[in-house]
Design a protein around this ligand. Structure first.
Ligand SMILES: CC(C)(COP(=O)(O)OP(=O)(O)OC[C@H]1O[C@@H](n2cnc3c(N)ncnc32)[C@H](O)[C@@H]1OP(=O)(O)O)[C@@H](O)C(=O)NCCC(=O)NCCS
Length: 346
């Protein structure tokens, strides 16, 4: 199945996307091409609906690359000891209020709508997502806090105590979205002030969440893991590239590059694209002109939202370099100021 979402891409454009979920094949019918047929049908449906992108969370990392999906966002698991809290100089201000359990289904979706598309890779959440999320969170203790800054509500966190020894169990973050570092700081500060918990644990946090810079003792944060978060499939490469910002200013090093893209599954996407000068367009079929850089559609997805620099992808064999001078230009073109991140499990 998939459900329709909007997703933000670098530069702030919002594109229609299919959020793919619940993929499964009967255990006694696997490895005979059923998933391959399902993906083919789904990509056809996605194309027919005009969805430019397809996104998913993968149960295993070796399933979807062959279908043109690449890791597009990653997340970090952290454990924060709560003894010392934030630095006194950490951005402060605003106020935190708690929500009643009964308010969650109505208040959180509205708050989330204002925060969903702050980062590249963020997605909107349809009503059904919220219904499932609130139906399945049948725990007794749910802590939901909202931060209000100068311009109104700008962040929220939902956390639940983990099972364990009553007075030392960790507080587990279930949902945490904030508009900026100040709101992030205020909500972490709030969590770290909750008594009778040993520490605060959170998974799939943005890679650039500046927790170590906010804490009184940066070693109070332990990074316990780093995982692929969402996998992205560019279903309509020309539209996806044209919608994404590529900086136009040559003084910043962003000279246009010619990139050859291969997409055997959806060959209409293959071709040589000129990226830069604030635009992206296909200028030739594959082989129609000399490309400076070359990649498959899955490796393009890894750079598309800004997760990986083209130079890192080239150094590890995901991209091919024909003109080394183009690589630093491609890095400048694909760079984003914030790490891409979704923050919604589906
Ligand atoms: C993962 C799953 C959907 C694959 O379905 P399937 O019908 O067996 O897949 P296909 O037969 O179409 O496989 C296509 C190719 O992918 C490979 N492949 C499929 N699943 C794979 C896996 N888990 N790991 C590595 N390779 C895999 C197959 O070997 C095959 O390769 P080949 O063409 O070189 O022979 C199925 O095993 C399943 O339902 N697993 C449990 C649920 C699950 O993990 N779902 C994914 C949720 S994101």
């Amino acid at each position: 199945m998939s459900f329709a979402v909007s997703t933000s891409v670098p530069g702030g454009a919002v594109l229609p996307a299919a959020a793919v979920s619940c993929v499964g094949v009967r255990a006694d019918r696997t490895r005979r091409g059923v998933l391959t047929a399902l993906i083919r049908a789904q990509l056809d449906d996605t194309t027919a609906r005009g969805e430019v992108l397809s996104t998913l969370w993968a149960s295993e990392a070796r399933i979807y690359g062959r279908f043109g999906y690449g890791v597009a966002t990653r997340g970090r698991s952290v454990r924060v000891a709560r003894a010392r809290g934030l630095r006194p100089q950490a951005p402060a201000g605003g106020s935190v209020r708690l929500l009643d359990r009964a308010e969650l289904p109505t208040v959180l979706p509205v708050l989330y709508d204002g925060l969903a598309l702050c980062r590249p890779g963020g997605i909107t959440r349809p009503e059904g997502w919220w219904r499932l999320a609130t139906e399945t969170s049948g725990r007794d203790h749910v802590l939901a806090a909202v931060h209000t800054g100068r311009d109104g509500d700008d962040g929220f966190v939902v956390a639940v105590p983990a099972r364990g020894d009553e007075f030392v169990r960790p507080l587990q973050v279930a949902d945490f979205h904030a508009a900026d570092p100040a709101s992030t700081a205020a909500l972490w500060g709030f969590l770290l002030g909750v008594d009778l918990t040993a520490n605060v644990e959170a998974s799939m946090r943005p890679l650039d969440e500046p927790l170590d810079l906010l804490l009184a003792d940066p070693r109070d944060r332990t990074v316990t893991g780093e995982q692929d978060e969402t996998w992205l499939r560019l279903v309509d490469v020309p539209t996806a590239l044209a919608a994404r910002a590529f900086p136009a200013d040559p003084d910043r090093g962003a000279t246009p590059v010619l990139l050859a893209v291969h997409d055997p599954l959806l060959p209409g996407n293959s071709g040589v694209y000129r990226l830069g000068d604030g635009a992206a367009e296909r200028v030739a079929p594959l082989g129609g002109c000399a490309a400076q850089l070359e990649c498959g559609v899955a490796a393009l997805a890894s750079a598309y939202l800004g997760d990986r620099a083209p130079s890192a992808l080239a150094a590890t064999g995901w991209w091919t370099v024909h003109d080394p001078a183009a690589l630093s230009h491609a890095d400048a073109l694909f760079a984003t100021t914030v790490a891409p991140w979704c923050g919604t499990h589906f």
